[in-house]
Design a protein around this ligand. Structure first.
Ligand SMILES: N[C@@H](CCC(=O)N[C@@H](CS)C(=O)NCC(=O)O)C(=O)O
Length: 216
């Protein structure tokens, strides 16, 4: 039987973005763990940038979460991940790109990595001063932008798209690092993120993330 394999770790927001997208498309997959702190040489052959995720579709390997999601959307011809209408589709692509570039830069290394990965997986101390400075100076303008573009109700488009999956995935990781969107300052964003988490495709990973975090 032809099989989709995703290489990576579920706690990576880029990997989770792909896993949730596969679930939205109702496509079965196998997740193969990769140690991102010590990438095996053979993995670098299928991941020239040395990053996860990589998707293997019956021997055809694709790196990069965005390239993977576009491939899946086209392969399954569903337009569930990216809507058909040009402006809506472009908006989804832009917010996906904004999240992949900007949210990772403020919610990734200076928050999730510092507060969760360092103490839990690397047995290193968190640089809490770095985290606090990031929360004070670098996160707010990003949240201001999202507050200005995200909808009062529903999702970026009519149904859950890659934009929502990507944004939600980064905020989920931030929540694991004890950072929640301040509802008083960013009310639209806070309810949007909560709405995204309530989706069954997110609930599934929230539940299994919990188990991974308890065990580790
Ligand atoms: N643009 C890539 C970014 C992927 C990425 O940065 N993945 C991180 C894990 S969250 C990684 O593999 N880091 C390992 C490294 O940079 O050495 C994508 O969208 O897939």
């Amino acid at each position: 039987m032809k099989m989709i394999t995703v290489y990576g770790v579920q706690l990576s927001p880029f990997v989770r973005k792909v896993l949730i997208s596969l679930d939205i498309l109702a496509v079965d997959y196998t997740l193969k763990a990769v140690n991102i702190f010590d990438l095996p040489e053979e993995f670098k052959r299928i991941s020239p940038l040395g990053k996860v995720p990589v998707l293997d579709d019956d021997g055809f390997t694709i790196p990069d979460s965005t390239v993977i999601c576009q491939y899946l959307n086209e392969k399954y011809a569903s337009n569930k991940l990216y809507p058909v209408e040009l402006k809506a589709r472009t908006k989804v692509r832009w917010l996906e790109e904004y999240a992949d570039t900007k949210l990772i830069s403020v919610l990734g290394i200076p928050l999730f990595f510092e507060r969760l990965v360092k103490p839990k997986f690397l047995k290193q101390q968190t640089d809490e001063q770095r985290v606090e400075e990031n929360i004070k100076h670098y996160i707010p303008p990003v949240l201001d932008y999202l507050e200005s573009v995200l909808p009062e109700a529903g999702f970026v488009c009519e149904t859950l798209s890659v934009a929502d999956v990507t944004i939600g995935s980064f905020f989920l990781n931030a929540s694991y690092a004890d950072y929640e969107v301040d509802r008083g300052r960013w009310p639209k964003l806070a309810s949007y993120v909560a709405r995204v988490y309530q989706q069954p495709v997110f609930q599934k990973y929230i539940e299994s993330d919990k188990k991974i975090l308890q065990l580790s």
